[in-house]
Every structure is written in structure tokens, then in C-alpha cells.
Write a protein that binds this ligand. Structure first.
Ligand SMILES: C[S@@+](CC[C@H](N)C(=O)[O-])C[C@H]1O[C@@H](n2cnc3c(N)ncnc32)[C@H](O)[C@@H]1O
Length: 354
């Protein structure tokens, strides 16, 4: 009996110790994204990518023009977290090398996530987290409005540099998600003569789609200040406007990471506008969004829940939704049926038909 009590006491002491470690890790969780931003700003991944082999601390620091002792500590942290790695050289010393994660931090690399790192860690967006509790207490405004006096999409119209940071960050996501649809369920784009991407940003999504499916005429639809600076792309027409007013006609309407920015009422309004823009018989709406309870792996569910917190901070009533919540929006907007396809991405493909 005495032994049992001792074991219980020891177990609860261990739990307490673990709780101390876990809470400190949670509190210091911001260090990982802050140091990743530092790595992007210094161009660490770019230097290693261009070096053609492992780089010693002194080679790396002289290539970046920074202090070896400070860089040593930055690299120790990032290697420990698996973002960079170390490898022995033929001379018997060790040097830093890339990992699959650090390759995504190369500024202009294929599938680069550097733009997303810089956007999410920008002072404008980091300020929002100071207003999250105020947002929870008074559900009316977003943390973005509380911090900066207007909603995020009104703000981008007044700050071209921030608008470009957002467009570049969104393009990073598009370069991962769109190929995942083309690889995982290419039938989504089959039979379409035209496709309107609503809130398509700088047109990265459609430039990938029309390259893979050259029979599609792409219409990149976004706010006038966004499309006026979007680069020209063959097969993609840029159209400026407001999705709450009207949406250009096309065989299918594509909404990627748009509806999660808005509350249910606004989503139903947007979806009804999409319904008006597509043919009654063969038209469809293609939605690319996280489906919270449907993900097969915990890791994806974890990412979906993180994104939900981001939506809470950035937008007024935006949120990540469950399958039941998506079904509700589509029913209310007048769609008779829909299907969900999972792809190698945080988002799933929801196809809705009139
Ligand atoms: C979160 S971004 C998503 C960009 C892109 N779909 C992607 O996933 O990469 C939201 C986009 O919606 C656009 N947007 C916001 N309000 C809009 C409106 N009323 N009409 C048209 N586009 C709008 C923004 O300018 C921005 O480009």
C-alpha cells in the first residue's frame, strides 16, 4: 500500500516537472518563428544553396557578413530544431547543410515559403496578437481593426508595401496547394473552358492552372488595387472588382482561402454571387479550404487549428470550418450537392454544384 502511495506521489511529481517544461516551451514558442525570420533576412538558406557543399561557421559568417559567435548560436538553435543540419566534410571538420525544411526558406527557390515567413512575422501582423483577448471579449471587430483602425483588406489598399508582402505570401501557398490539386485530382479542372479565381491575388494560382491545363481561360478577379499591380501572364486576364457586388462569369468559380476570411453571412453572400456567375447545368464552385474534423493526421488538424487562431486575429468573423459548417453554407447558398477531396495539403477540395 505504502509503495503504491510512493509511486503515485513520484508520478505526480514527474507530471509537475513535465508541466513546467511544457509551459515554458509554450511560452517561448514564438522564438522558432522569430529565428526563422532572422534566417530568411540573413539569407542563410540562400548561401548554403549556392555553396555546393557544407559550409563551416567561418565560411557562412563571412559570406553573410555577420558575427561568427552570434551566427553560431542562431545555427545551434536551428540545427537543434531540424531546420538546418550539419555534416562532416572530407577534411574532417563539420559544416552546415540544407534540410528539406531549410530549402523552403531560400528566397526565390522552388516552393519557397520565405514570403510567408516575412508576412506572418511582419510588425503589422505581430501587433495583432496583442489585441487577441480584446477581440475575444468584443466579438464585433477583428484584432487587425483594433490594432490598425481598419480591416485587413481596406488596409492593403492604403499600404502598397504591405499589400505586396501579402500577395507574395499568398503566392507561396498557391505554389504548394495548386500543384497538389493538379497531381491529386486533376479531374477538378477537366472540361472547363474558363475559370474565375475570386480573390486570386497576383494571379499565381491561375498561372499554374493554365500552364497545366492550357485549354482554360483564366480570369484573376481581385480588388482593383491588387490586380492593378499583378504581373501579366499568358492565358490569365486580370479583372478588378468587389466579390460582394458581382463576379465575372465563367464555367467554374474558384475560391482558395477566401471564405475562411469571412463570417457565415458574408460567405453565403459570396457563394450566391458565385452561383450567379456559373452556368446552371454544368457550372461548379471549387473551394480550397481546411476542413477541420476531416483531416487524417493530427499534424494537419493541428495546422488547421493554428490557422483558425490566425483567422480570429486577422479577420472579423473569419474561421476554419468543419464539414458540417461547410455543408450548412453551401445549402444556404442554394447548392444542391457537394463533394470533398483530400489532397497533399492543409486544404481540401470542395466541389459544389447548383
Ligand atoms: C487570403 S488572400 C487569398 C489569396 C489567394 N486566393 C490564395 O489563396 O493564395 C484573400 C484575397 O481576397 C482578396 N479580397 C478581399 N476582399 C475582396 C473583395 N471584396 N473582392 C475581391 N477580392 C477580395 C484580397 O485582396 C486577397 O487577395
Amino acid at each position: 500500500m505504502g509503495g503504491e502511495t510512493e509511486r503515485t506521489a513520484a508520478a505526480s511529481k514527474n507530471e509537475e516537472k513535465q508541466a513546467q517544461v511544457d509551459i515554458r516551451k509554450g511560452i517561448l514558442g514564438f522564438t522558432e518563428s522569430a529565428v526563422m525570420k532572422c534566417a530568411v533576412e540573413l539569407g542563410i538558406a540562400d548561401a548554403l544553396e549556392n555553396s555546393g557543399g557544407p559550409m563551416s561557421l567561418f565560411e557562412l559568417s563571412s559570406s553573410l557578413g555577420c558575427s561568427p559567435p552570434a551566427l553560431y548560436r542562431i545555427m545551434r538553435f536551428l540545427v537543434h530544431r531540424g531546420i538546418f543540419s550539419q555534416k562532416s566534410t572530407s577534411q574532417g571538420s563539420t559544416g552546415y547543410v540544407q534540410t528539406p525544411i531549410s530549402r523552403l526558406l531560400v528566397r526565390h527557390g522552388e516552393n519557397s515559403m520565405a514570403g510567408l515567413v516575412l508576412f506572418l512575422s511582419s510588425p503589422m501582423l505581430l501587433a495583432l496578437w496583442q489585441c487577441l483577448s480584446a477581440r475575444v471579449l468584443a466579438c464585433e471587430t477583428s484584432a487587425f481593426e483594433a490594432a490598425h483602425g481598419k480591416g485587413i483588406f481596406q488596409y492593403t489598399a492604403t499600404d502598397p508595401a504591405f499589400s505586396k508582402l501579402m500577395d507574395d505570401a499568398m503566392a507561396c501557398g498557391a505554389r504548394v496547394t495548386v500543384p497538389a490539386i493538379i497531381d491529386g485530382c486533376p479531374e477538378v479542372f477537366e472540361g472547363l473552358g474558363s475559370l474565375v479565381d475570386i480573390g486570386g491575388g497576383n494571379g499565381t494560382t491561375l498561372s499554374i492552372v493554365v500552364k497545366a491545363c492550357p485549354w482554360i481561360h483564366g480570369i484573376n478577379f481581385d480588388l482593383p488595387h491588387v490586380v492593378s499591380v499583378a504581373p501579366k501572364n499568358d492565358g490569365v486576364e486580370h479583372v478588378g472588382g468587389d466579390m460582394f457586388d458581382s463576379i465575372p462569369n465563367a464555367d467554374a468559380a474558384y475560391l482558395m482561402r477566401i471564405l475562411h476570411d469571412w463570417g457565415d453571412e458574408e460567405c453565403i453572400h459570396i457563394l450566391r454571387k458565385c452561383r450567379d456567375a456559373i452556368p446552371r447545368d454544368k457550372g461548379k464552385v471549387i473551394i480550397l479550404e481546411a476542413v477541420i474534423e476531416e483531416k487524417e493526421t493530427d499534424q494537419l488538424k493541428d495546422l488547421g487549428l493554428m490557422m483558425d487562431m490566425v483567422m480570429m486575429a486577422y479577420t472579423g468573423k473569419g474561421k476554419e470550418r468543419t464539414l458540417k459548417e461547410w455543408a450548412y453554407l453551401l445549402n444556404e447558398a442554394g447548392f444542391s450537392r457537394h463533394s470533398v477531396k483530400h489532397i497533399q495539403a492543409v486544404e481540401s477540395v470542395i466541389e459544389a454544384y447548383i
